[in-house]
Design a protein around this ligand. Structure first.
Ligand code: MG
Length: 197
C-alpha cells in the first residue's frame, strides 16, 4: 500500500501557531474554531493583515509541533512494508521551505522516513497512493471520488459536507493546550493496522 500523508495541520499543529501569531501581532482575538473555511487566512490578508509572511519565516516552523504519534504511526507503516510519502502543497519559492522540511524530518528516523519520502505538489490529485491522510476536505473528496481510502482529521475548516455524511467526524481541538490530534493519531494507527492485517 502507498500512504500519502499531508504535513500542515495533519501531522503538525500549524494553524494553532499561525492564529497565535496573528492575534499577537494585530491585537485580534480570533479563536481556532473561527478558521471555519479554507480561505480564512486569505481573507485576513485581503483585509490588510499581512498573515502570509509568517509562512516564509524560519522561526515560525521552529514553533510548530509535530505530533509524536503521527511519527510513530507513519514509521510503523514503513516498517510493516508499506510506502509512506509526506505530500505537501508548499510553494517551492518559499524561502523557508528547506527549513520547514527539516523541522518535520528531524522528528523521523532517517533510516525509515527521510527527504526521499517528501513530495511537493500544488495538486494532490496527481498523486496516486492508496490512502490519503489530509485535513483539506476538497482534496479528500477528490481522492474518494477516485475510489481511494481517505482519512480526514477533524478540523474547524473541514466540517462535514453532505458529500461526506457517511463519515463520522470527531470533535476538533478548540485550542492548542487541549489539542487531541496526537491521541487521534493513535486511533488512526489502530485503524490502519486493522486495514492491513
Ligand atoms: Mg494540511
Amino acid at each position: 500500500m502507498i500512504i500519502c500523508c499531508d504535513i500542515d495541520d495533519t501531522i503538525t499543529n500549524m494553524n494553532h501557531i499561525w492564529l497565535k501569531r496573528v492575534n499577537a501581532e494585530y491585537g485580534t482575538s480570533y479563536q481556532y474554531k473561527d478558521i471555519a473555511y479554507w480561505g480564512f487566512f486569505g481573507d485576513l490578508q485581503k483585509k490588510g493583515l499581512d498573515v502570509f509572511k509568517y509562512l516564509e519565516m524560519d522561526d515560525f516552523y521552529d514553533e510548530i509541533t509535530i505530533y509524536p504519534n503521527a511519527v510513530s504511526v507513519l514509521e510503523h507503516m514503513v516498517s510493516s512494508g508499506h510506502k509512506v510519502y509526506l505530500v505537501t502543497a508548499t510553494d517551492v519559492y518559499n524561502p523557508a521551505l528547506q527549513h520547514k522540511i527539516n523541522c518535520v524530518l528531524k522528528h523521523f528516523n532517517p533510516d525509515i522516513i527521510n527527504r526521499s519520502n517528501v513530495v511537493i505538489t500544488q495538486d494532490k490529485s496527481i498523486a496516486n497512493g492508496d490512502i490519503l491522510i489530509d485535513d483539506k476536505l476538497e482534496t479528500c473528496l477528490e481522492w474518494r471520488s477516485r475510489g481511494k481510502s481517505i482519512y480526514l482529521p477533524s478540523q474547524p475548516w473541514n466540517q462535514l459536507s453532505n458529500g461526506f455524511s457517511n463519515c463520522k467526524q470527531q470533535p476538533f481541538s478548540e485550542n492548542e493546550e487541549n489539542d487531541t490530534m496526537n491521541e487521534r493519531w493513535l486511533q488512526l494507527g489502530e485503524q490502519l493496522n486493522l486495514k492491513f492485517n
